[in-house]
Design a protein around this ligand. Structure first.
Ligand code: F6R
Length: 263
């Protein structure tokens, strides 16, 4: 894993976006993005939109696949991930809405919707760059603790901790949907590159477990230790419980100029 520790959340977004732009350059305008919702990738997506606007990144024919969606919330609902992705990804990055995909949590047949989602990812040749956040319980996507490390897109029940964490987006915790459709850990691991961003002290424990803990379904993000191209970009607060913090900083400080991602 490549671990990059930044002084603040703004820099996390800039570095993650530059890493993505560097990966995307040789792929070209048809790059396939995997996109997360929530607070973590907001700066990264804003920076990607800025790179598109300045002509430094071509997403004119790009596709995007969201990680997950709540079950039972219609597309236009302000907290549906269809809507969040439209506002944070599709519009600011100027993507063609027809190429932006979110699991259909409002489908009559949810299992068929999950299979259709897996098929749609395969049909474009797989995800080139998967952006991820991490839950305070170590989840990626909505793969809650004890998720199968080889799981595919499916229906999951949200953990109590996730309901509590996501209550901030709803009027009350009782309004947070109990179920979701989420790409599985196996689906996420199929992406050719992953970039996970995390900021703030409340992510410090999960980040330490994901990067330095054992690979375990109790911290689903730890499966990324098996990924050949995983980059984790964190701020100082989220890095606080890492034991090899000095090593990660020294590694980044000693990168050759052309590999650095500083603004
Ligand atoms: C979002 C997702 C989740 C979030 C995680 C962190 O699509 O799949 O794994 O990335 O819950 O959420 P934030 O960034 O809001 O702290």
């Amino acid at each position: 894993m490549e671990v990059i520790i930044c002084p603040n959340a703004q820099r996390v977004g800039e570095v993650a976006a530059r890493k993505a732009a560097r990966i995307a350059a040789p792929i070209g305008s048809k790059v396939v993005l995997g996109v997360a919702t929530g607070s973590s990738p907001v700066q990264t997506f804003a920076e990607l939109a800025r790179l598109v606007a300045s002509g430094d990144l071509d997403l004119s024919e790009a596709s995007a696949f969201a990680l997950d969606e709540y079950v039972g919330i219609p597309e236009g609902h302000p907290e549906s991930y269809h809507e969040v992705i439209r506002q944070t990804v599709t519009e600011p990055m100027g993507l063609d809405p027809a190429r932006v995909h979110v699991p259909n949590g409002f489908a009559d047949d949810l299992q068929a919707a999950c299979q259709a989602y897996e098929d749609a990812i395969k049909a474009v040749g797989g995800v080139d760059i998967q952006f991820l956040g991490v839950g305070t319980n170590g989840h990626i996507g909505f793969n809650e603790p004890t998720s199968s490390l080889s799981s595919r897109t499916r229906i999951k029940t949200l953990a109590a901790k996730t309901l509590e964490d996501n209550a901030r987006f709803f009027a009350s915790i009782d309004d947070v949907p109990r179920h979701c459709l989420t790409q599985g850990l196996g689906t996420i691991m199929d992406a050719r590159n992953v970039i996970l961003v995390a900021t703030g002290a409340n992510k410090a424990h999960a980040i330490a477990q994901v990067i330095e803990g054992p690979i375990t379904a109790m911290y689903p993000g730890s499966v990324l230790q098996l990924h050949p191209h995983a980059t984790i970009v964190v701020d100082e607060e989220a890095a606080a419980e890492l034991t090899l913090i000095d090593y990660y900083k020294a590694t980044y400080a000693n990168l050759p100029e052309w590999q650095r991602l500083d603004v």
